[in-house]
Design a protein around this ligand. Structure first.
Ligand code: TXA
Ligand code: MG
Length: 324
């Protein structure tokens, strides 16, 4: 109990962002909002600070981290940037797209951000608080989602506080994340571009730019090897039942669209109008809200596999997967 005071939530504003930057420079941990979910940041060039992220989350050391940068021109210091990467960064950065690139040997990043491997994942977040923090501290920030490993990602500062209670973390509260689901992860380290994790930047959006070199093959929605893509990621405490058209006794319901089956103990509708982007934005808050209640399980209505719906279904499938 005495450790609970270590985690501190403060509103994100100019002076607190400066304070947070000082903390990061000293090797500390800062959770901050991005346009997707809250990240748990540390100086990506400081091995001890990066180790602190793994410890705070209870994250397996084989699972590498995304390095956040203020702008695309910085990436050449850390990774090989080919024409495909240039095109995608120009089209989608800052924004919810992460690129896995060959890491430059001898670069200043801590080895642990790559989990000791030969690639590094990079992204430039669009959220103004994330941008201000990156610019204030003047260094790249390693930042996974700010939740205990394997649990639901946070889209509000209160989710971070609940998941990482007792850890020595400064949380910059920038309100609710508008994207709601983690960035799209695209692996460009080999000849073929592969989507490792679907997100707000869809395969169709990427395909418009990947055709530049004529060699890109996109394979969205297919399970592909990425260390962080364990089946039971994003797991709530309660069991999750997908594609529900009815409700079982004692279940809470995540509803989608205007027609909702009756009988749920609690209903959270992630989009009454049936809008998949709105559903993405509200999904994690709905899971957090229902998971905290006295229910037998969480039933989820079907969400169509279009646009952001692909990422929503990916996260739901993982939330429902058997636990390790
Ligand atoms: O939207 C996001 O991406 C958020 C915000 C905070 O930026 N971050 C996030 O980080 O979701 P995390 O650590 O929860 O998920 C990163 C994913 C993991 O699945 C990890 O395995 C994968 O990216 N990843 C990171 N580096 C990689 C690499 N070098 N090769 C392959 N996959 C990598
Ligand atoms: Mg995560």
């Amino acid at each position: 109990m005495q450790n609970q005071s270590l985690l501190c939530v403060i509103p994100a504003q100019t002076d607190t962002i400066a304070l947070a930057a000082t903390r990061l420079a000293a090797g500390g941990l800062v959770a901050f909002p991005t346009e997707t979910v809250y990240g748990l940041g540390a100086d990506a060039t400081n091995a001890a600070a990066v180790a602190g992220i793994y410890a705070a989350k209870g994250r397996p050391s084989r699972n590498p981290l995304i390095v956040h940068v203020a702008a695309a021109d910085e990436v050449k210091q850390y990774a090989q940037v080919d024409a495909r990467a240039e095109a995608l960064m120009a089209a989608f950065w800052p924004g919810p797209l992460t690129l896995v690139l060959p890491r430059l040997p001898g670069c200043i990043l801590a080895d642990a951000v790559s989990a000791g491997g030969a690639t590094v994942a990079v992204r430039s977040p669009a959220h103004p608080v994330a941008q201000a923090l990156l610019r204030a501290c003047g260094r790249p920030l390693a930042a996974p989602s700010a939740n205990a490993s394997g649990r639901i990602s946070p889209t509000e500062a209160a989710h971070v506080a609940a998941s990482l209670v007792g850890q020595d973390i400064l949380v910059l509260d920038g309100g609710v994340c508008m994207g709601g689901i983690e960035s799209t992860v695209v692996d460009l380290s080999g000849e073929w571009a592969r989507i490792l994790r679907p997100g707000g930047v869809t395969a169709e959006m990427l395909a418009k730019h990947m055709s530049l070199d004529g060699a890109a093959v996109l394979d969205e929605g297919v399970a592909l090897p990425s260390p962080g893509m364990l089946a039971s990621h994003y797991a709530p405490r309660l069991p999750v039942r997908l594609n529900a058209v009815d409700v079982l006794s004692g279940e809470g319901l995540i509803a989608f669209g205007p027609e909702v089956p009756r009988g749920a103990a609690v209903v959270v509708n992630i989009s009454r109008t049936g809008d998949v982007a709105e559903a993405a934005r509200n999904l994690y808050a709905a899971l957090h809200a229902l998971d905290g209640q006295d229910l037998t399980g969480i039933a989820v209505m079907p969400v169509p596999m279009v646009a952001e719906g692909v990422a929503v279904n990916d996260r739901l499938r993982r939330a429902a997967a058997p636990r390790e």
